[in-house]
Design a binder for this molecule. Structure first.
Ligand SMILES: [Zn+2]
Length: 354
């Protein structure tokens, strides 16, 4: 039942990128003749395998364009309906949130369909592009002059997220802004060989990598970032800083890291307000709603009090009128009694009137 649901979901998602994805990959190879993907998906239907193959080819082309490097070998995409269909090392590599992972050194991508979601970053297109960037960078690493030169993890993950257009694990700028303010950002050098195991720190590591690469893209430019990486891998510079500085003396990755952190401190909250407009509006709306309700409540309270006062005044006025009426009645009664006891009064009065 669940597998059927997963398959239905995946088929629906696959139709979207293949029909209207518009990656502009220049007449993407429709059939397997031009495919550069090998599919390992024994339990899936041939139709589903073909759809995944098309999506993977499109993602590979997009990743290559983004990284300005063409992979010189075929890419293997392994695909199972469920995570639990994998065993041994393949299964262990899946953490609770993992949808897919890449083995760049083997040009291999491992995907579990039941982890896919309709929206980024866990939709099929975003996941495939993200992992394909790792594959492309892994291929680039084969140009390295020695085994000690590998693409730093922060650069791997930063480029993968920026190319896919979505931030992995949903790490937002608000966490980075707070960490920048409190000097708790992780240094890029600590994220070079690997990412932390702790869930929260891992989320921050992904968010930092993505944020920093977006910042670098805008200021240094993708061309120079990749040229510096290639130059260092080729052995033309002693480190990445020197490689970037040789292209533009005003820049180094370390300098950029410091400037990016400063920018985060001062302007990231504004970016957060812009990027999370809806969430912020909701957050702002809650206290606003509370204020409106409180004011209305107070207004109702005041109106109720005014009503009570008016009713009390009205009651007093009513009692006063009754008292006056009683006094008049009493006076009239006394007059009548007096007239009854002095029979000439009426005659005198009548004479006066005449
Ligand atoms: Zn990744």
């Amino acid at each position: 039942m669940r597998v059927l649901h997963v398959i239905t979901l995946v088929v629906a998602m696959l139709l979207a990128p293949s029909c209207g994805g518009g990656t502009g990959a220049g007449g993407t190879g429709e059939g397997s003749a031009t495919s550069r993907i090998d599919i390992d998906a024994p339990a899936l239907s041939s139709e589903l395998r073909q759809s995944i193959e098309r999506a993977a080819n499109s993602a590979l082309t997009r990743a290559e364009k983004s990284m300005q490097h063409e992979v010189g070998r075929r890419v293997l995409v392994r695909c199972r309906a469920r995570v639990d269909d994998y065993h041994g090392d393949d299964r262990v590599a899946f953490r609770s949130w993992t949808v897919a992972y890449a083995r760049p050194e083997r040009a291999e991508l491992v995907l579990a369909l039941d982890r896919l979601r309709p929206d980024p970053p866990d939709d099929l297109e975003s996941v495939l592009v993200h992992e394909m960037v790792h594959v492309v960078l892994g291929d680039l690493e084969r140009e390295s002059v020695d085994d000690t030169r590998a693409v730093p993890r922060w650069l791997h993950e930063g480029l993968a997220q920026v190319a896919a257009g979505s931030r992995y694990l949903g790490g937002g700028d608000e966490a980075l802004w707070y960490r920048a303010k409190t000097d708790q950002l992780m240094s890029l050098s600590s994220l070079t060989s690997g990412f932390p195991n702790d869930d929260e720190l891992l989320r921050v590591a992904y968010a930092q990598s993505s944020s920093f690469l977006s910042w670098l893209d805008a200021r240094v430019g993708r061309d120079r970032i990749l040229a510096a990486l290639r130059s260092w891998l080729h052995g033309d510079a002693i480190n990445l800083d020197a490689a970037l500085a040789s292209l533009d003396p005003e820049w180094s990755f370390t300098l950029a890291e410091g400037l990016w952190a400063e920018d985060l401190k001062t302007s990231s909250l504004l970016a957060l307000l812009r990027n999370s407009c809806f969430n912020v509006l909701i957050l702002l709306a809650l206290p606003l709603l509370a204020i409106i309700l409180y004011k209305r409540f107070r207004r109702e309270q005041r109106a109720g009090a005014r009503l009570d006062r008016w009713e009390a005044d009205e009651e007093r006025r009513r009692l006063a009128r009754i008292a006056i009426a009683r006094q008049r009645l009493e006076a009239d009664r006394l007059d009548i009694e007096f007239v009854d006891s002095d029979p000439f009064t009426d005659v005198e009065t009548a004479q006066d009137d005449v």
